[in-house]
Design a protein around this ligand. Sequence first.
Ligand SMILES: *Cc1c(COP(=O)(O)O)cnc(C)c1O
Length: 350
Amino acid sequence: MTPIRPDLDTLPAYVPGRTVPGAIKLASNEVTEPPAPPVLEAIARAAAGANRYPDLGVVELTDRLAAAYDLGPERIAVGCGSVTICQQLVQATCLGPGDEVLFAWRSFEAYPIVTQIGAAAVRTVGLTADFRHDLDAMAAAVTERTRLVFVCSPNNPTGPAVHRDEFVRFLTAVGPDVLVALDEAYAEYVTDPDAVSGRPLLDEYPNLVVLRTFSKAYRMAGLRVGYALGSAEVTTALRKVCPPFSISAVAQAGAIAALEHSAEILAGCADVVRERDRVAAALRDNGFVVPDSQANFVWLPLGERAAEFAAHCAEQKVIVRPFVSDGVRVTVSTPQENDALLDVATAFAL
Ligand SMILES: *Cc1c(COP(=O)(O)O)cnc(C)c1O
């Protein structure tokens, strides 16, 4: 018998958004426009040196992030996308069966996968009726076996952001022996003034680690760069379990250029936010339930009709992301692509 872990047979598969040639893809929360021109130039330059290994320590990018967040570089860990950092967090905190990772459900589909890969136990707490984290119930669900909690704000796929006051109450309640990872993959789209921001809480809560990514607002999902901000103890552990050379030279160069031009690049988020609010309002006007979204997508809690809605959209060449028996996540894109979505959605008989 090949010595493969039998539990991998029960590992849920990560379901990527479908790419259909000629269709509008609103399934993966990507930005439709290509990366910014200076990013493309930096990538091309770095590609010419691809015969060499990348910088193992990711030094220049780490220093730039340190300056941007006003943190020492030792408090930053760069990873091959923040999904990989999620997996590293499990590896850095959990020793095996019995150790628990807690998160809300439904939330980011990578959390159960990386937890199981780390041979830790999945513990979940349901969202509230308005599709938000129930942080008081999550605090109550922490046990002496809980090592790590993922809090996704804004929550993928449902949209709402966690509020600062409830998050601080949660951090205080769980105490210093549980590592809390605040996954801010969509932070650049947040407009709710009450929403939590992780960086200002880092100095007071050494058990907090904040995850960010270049995949969404920076339009670099294909390059694979994410990072963690946290205590030096946590980020040092993350670096220890990072697969060597996993942040490519092309990715490092692209991310450095993106930071240099972040003001221009992030200006595009305002358009997405305006479109998000327009799309949500139009869908509500047509009878859909749409929870408050603080990200670049909206959630349609269609329950058993989720797959039917996705198939209806696909027939009209609009690809959305169904979560079977639960709901459909639709990425907010350009006005033209959003209009196409609204046309097919309003033709769907609720
Ligand atoms: C998209 C996303 C990420 C980013 O993943 P990368 O690996 O950086 O591309 C992380 N967390 C959540 C919740 C996401 O939706």
